[in-house]
Design a protein around this ligand. Sequence first.
Ligand code: UTP
Length: 796
Amino acid sequence: MELDKDIQTTQRGFHCNLCIVNIPNRPSLEDHVKGKKHQHLLRLRAQRKAQEENSVFVSGFKPDTSQTDLKEYFAQFGPVSDVIMDKQKGVYAIVEFSEPQNAEAALAQLQHQLNGLKLRVKPRERKEFKLASRGKQDSKNPQICLDKLNYELCKATSVNEQMLKVVERFELKDNEKKVRDLLVQLLQEVFTEFFPDCQIVPFGSSVNTFGIHSCDLDLFLDLENTKVFQARAKSSEATGENQSEDCRSEDSILSDIDLSTATPAEVLELVAVILRKCVPGVHKVQTLSTARLPVVKFSHRELNLHGDITINNRLAVRNTRFLQLCSGIDSRLRPLVYTIRLWAKQKQLAGNLSGPGPLLNNYALTLLVIFYLQNRDPPVLPSVNQLKNMACEEEKCIIEEWDCTFPSQPFIVPPSKNTEDLCTLLFGFFTFYSKFDFSASVVSLRDGHVLPITDFLQSDEEVVKPSEASGPKPQRSSAPKLRPMNVLDPFELNHNVAGNINERTQKNFKRECCEAEKYCRSLQYQQKSTKGKSWGLVRLFAPPTEAGPRSQVDTEKIMEVSIPFKADVLPEPLRAQLALAGQGFRGLWFAKVCSAVHMVFHEVLKCSPLEETQTTAVCQNLDKADRDGNEMEVNNNQSVEDSVLKTGKKRPLAVDEDEGPSTSTVVQAKRQKLDADMEHPEPVHWTWTQRNCVWAGRRKVRRDLLKTSDETSKPEGGCVDIESRVTQSIVEKEEKLQDLLEFKVDAEVVGGNESTKVVLRFHPSHDTAGVFQDFFHFLKSFLPKMAETILGRAES
Ligand code: UTP
């Protein structure tokens, strides 16, 4: 039997895409294809297709237009078999003819008019036929849900009202909260049987005031009291005393495990067994013991809930309390968070469906909203340090030596002087993050402002936990993981809650913020459409914009290569130097990048320099600032630096103490000038010539070269020596270009209001062979990788 297009072979047999079923073998497949269901769906699909071809989509009529009016009007093109109006009436209708030619005739007519209004008549959208789902599928289909929401939003009178509608549509209702409470109660009862005195504590979105209908139920199994219970039971056993009064320890699961020494994975294994065997309705139990916080996942069939159980997660319970407090302090936070969460989900920026992934988690996104509100002028929310100072003695809270003190009640916090409405605040959120230098800043809700990345560059050094002097002794712990986006947890100060974000997601986040910011400036955002068009939030929730804000034509005109600042790839000595440079770190990093870029052109790609006057001057300045202005140590990096500092003449590195006060004043003045250079370094310009097509066939040459050597393979751009030899090999084999390829490169460092990066702009000055585009195309990926490799070398 030949497979029809609806049948697909799979590893386990076949899959019918029409009926959405798996079929184990060929005889069953034959039965299935001849069967009632498959045949019925085939007929239905054919019927739908015919209906689509026979009908047209009509809009633009008056709201009181009836089906009969439309039927009578369209009868001029042929017999109308049906008119389907949209439920809310008055927005659109589908007019179905008996024959496809009638629909074609209606579409061919350029203008249609009914009751004095111009009608819009369009071909009907061709939808892929899908098996109609059973039951209340509407509520499960995100697109249908969003369409309905958008319809509701269009009816609102202001963006503020729209935002409140978003909350109303998504927030957990009382009955849903009750269902969650019931499950918590059930689990509490069952788990107490096995872990006496334990506590099941919900945290996360179910209780933090930002929950939505489908959100997970995050639970913390608190075994602290159980540990005490177990220790007591053990000591009474050892002393031969009677078992504890309630005799609970004997038959408890506790006899199998010692909670004081068991690993989290061992405890969670037990939790999984209890869930599987003893909790009615629970299924799909799965332990993830390798996660940052090991967790047991489960589902409840009847209650239709997914849950996570963690242990050792007291901080999460506390940060949940913090989010609740923030909601209580200012009522504008919830609508903002709900709206921004929905926006971020639609733009595929947040919401990893199956555990950690490269998108923002909801917690991180919520913290970004709070941080933004702390930075409004005047602030909408106070910083965590300010909150701490408002707490009383009884509210003091230290968890794992992190200071988690804040007031328990929102009314303690004075109301904000900020009176901006939701519409303005949402606009402001996009403006704030569209101009945010993520790669060079650390978001600190604790301080309520950004911290320079240089404060965190000495990563292997340790940071002091800022718990109060009177609290437990301050401890040292590792610094946060620096990544393209750095958002410090407000309490666990060495945890970057956006540590999973890769560069791509960070860039997408910024790009979408820029797009949203542009849109928010338009009247379509601010004012309700009088023509029934989508407006306000509706357009914000459209699918993501195409990657890259520039069109092909633009990118061809502006030949740019960017090298982003990535703290995590830099070697320890360089991080230490940058940390010392403080505000001037950009200047110093720029000098290092320029040296690396110079090395790529000169040594790796064998280009010859034509002019580099400015390079020399700027890098000399920066280099000097690096050496004496900041009293930094110069490593054996001369080879890289010298390739840029080609004049060769080095100035004295340190100021001679004996030189007297006059020299000292001069040095002081110079140092100020150098500091300024370091903060705002001048652009650098080079002119290079290239006589060989060192990019053409490069991969093959590289493969051949590596085949004959016993070097382990490194990715392209991963090793200076290999890449230089590849170029050499091409240069030796290939003919030189008849005419010179000459090009200029301007380099500058940007940052502050945008991500810190070095931007290199290319301009071909002689390209008679017309090869520069190819060369540039190659450089776009090769140059940043190669420069990163050079910067990443410990001696760089
Ligand atoms: P989620 O990111 O899942 O947030 O973290 P959420 O608000 O519950 O959103 P849903 O579940 O995706 O709808 C759940 C909780 O885990 C803790 C926080 O308490 C957060 O509320 N958490 C998460 C941390 O403590 N640190 C993290 O880095 C992430």
